[in-house]
Design a protein around this ligand. Structure first.
Ligand code: LLP
Length: 416
């Protein structure tokens, strides 16, 4: 199966090549319509009236994208004072921000308290810290149900082998700390891991979280976590996550719970990837084609400083080829697509069968909108790419400038 985002109008009124001419290569291109559609799907996934989608901005915190997400009515979850700052820059009010922190200093926690943002802590020690800083305040706790799920060991965020959450066996200790500091527990939350396409594990974790929630009589919310997956592999016809079906199951669970609990609390979910991943293609340029010991390498400007996921998690991203000023041959070949970083692990796609590629062609790396630009770096002294938004009218605009050489050096201090 070939992808044709270009023909489907993803790039609006410009060709990929014109976009890189204007903003440099590589460049992250976002499509506003796709982003809005994902937000809308999430907003209407359940019938229960008090269900809030918190977009987990760690997936992509470009403030212009956050403005769109906000317009679509999503709130946000954040991980650090930096993310609180970015959310506020995009217009989010404190009461629309949920801070789910991990191993933070007093200073960071104080920042959130002073900003008026609801905070969830994920250890007894951090609950103590919160109590010391804000006695009598409102707080949430992140629980660890004892098992997790995710696309890679590195993104499984609950279970017996991870650092996250408070062991559900420790609820008596949680209650004791709450009492000691007169804290009010307003919410419980969890996040078992990133990327599920089948609902079962998620629902199982929701059930066990709700069991714990019953231990506390006056909660305002229960937050089920994120992890909603997208189908990175397109050619195997992997099914999309069935949001409507997931929503139906969640509705049953939520209505049943509030009946027993005797209060219509708010439920939340915090997807990151689902909101932004599919809204972006990372465009890059082929600088070199070479054969090394029988293997054909396509040398591009997309090093792992630009997109880390393939190197860090062996992640798969579909790739589209845009031929530059030449006839499309229809020929296909197996190639390995690499970047321009001085490490042999700098591989974007290994032994991939793709249309014939020549130097100066361009490639589009699909589903790059989540954990793409936010995880980029200046490794090898390379400049982080620009981010460009294709608006609904087909015109595009810059939403983050490409780094300059001055950006690269601006924080260094030379010896006198
Ligand atoms: N909530 C919490 C507390 C989280 O730690 C995360 C992600 C999310 C929500 C959102 O998860 P999502 O819906 O995006 O799966 N860099 C990795 C993913 C790391 C996810 C970390 N936590 C990747 O590129 O696959």
């Amino acid at each position: 199966m070939e992808y044709n985002l270009r023909e489907e109008g993803f790039y609006g009124n410009m060709e990929p090549e014109q976009i890189t001419e204007m903003y440099g290569s590589p460049v992250y291109v976002y499509n506003e319509e796709t982003l809005r559609s994902r937000c809308r799907e999430l907003k209407k996934m359940v019938r229960y009236p008090h269900f809030v989608i918190d977009y987990s901005i760690k997936a992509n915190f470009n403030p212009a994208l956050l403005q769109i997400v906000k317009e679509e009515g999503l709130e946000v979850d954040v991980m650090s004072p930096g993310e609180i700052y970015l959310a506020k820059m995009a217009g989010y009010e404190a009461n629309e921000i949920f801070y789910i922190c991990n191993n933070v200093s007093e200073q960071e926690m104080r920042y959130a308290i002073e900003a008026g943002v609801t905070t969830s802590v994920d250890s007894l020690s951090q609950l103590e810290q919160y109590g010391r800083l804000n006695p009598g305040g409102k707080v949430a706790v992140r629980l660890n149900p004892g098992y997790g799920a995710g696309h890679h060991q590195k993104v499984i965020t609950a279970g017996k082998k991870t650092k996250f959450g408070i062991d559900v066996e420790m609820l008596p200790e949680v209650k004791a700390v709450l009492a000691r500091y007169s804290l009010k527990l307003v919410g419980v939350n969890q996040h078992i891991g990133s990327l599920f396409l089948e609902k079962e594990q998620y629902l199982k974790s929701v059930d066990s979280l709700l069991e714990c929630a019953k231990e506390f009589s006056d909660l305002e919310f229960v937050d089920f976590g994120g992890g909603f997956g997208i189908a990175y592999h397109k050619e195997n016809q992997i099914q999309r996550l069935d949001l409507a079906d997931l929503g139906k199951s969640l509705d049953e669970i939520m209505y049943r719970f509030v009946k027993e609990y005797g209060k219509e609390i708010t439920f939340r979910a915090e997807p990151g990837r689902y909101v932004t991943a599919e809204s972006s293609v990372l465009l890059g340029t082929v600088n070199t084609v070479k054969t090394n010991h029988g293997k054909k390498y396509i040398g591009t400007d997309i090093g792992f400083n630009v997109l880390m996921r393939p190197v860090l998690y062996d992640s798969y991203h579909e790739i589209e080829v845009y031929e530059k000023n030449r006839k499309v041959t229809g020929k296909r070949e197996t190639v390995t697509i690499v970047g321009n970083i001085c490490e042999s692990g700098d591989i974007l796609a290994k032994d991939r069968e793709l249309p014939h590629i020549e130097e100066k062609d361009m490639i589009g790396v699909l589903d790059a909108g989540a954990y793409g630009h936010v995880m980029s770096s200046n490794y090898n002294g390379r400049l982080r790419p620009a981010e460009v938004l294709v608006k609904r009218d087909g015109e595009n605009c810059l939403i983050r400038k490409r780094d300059t050489l001055d950006d690269l050096v601006k924080n260094y201090v030379l010896l006198p």
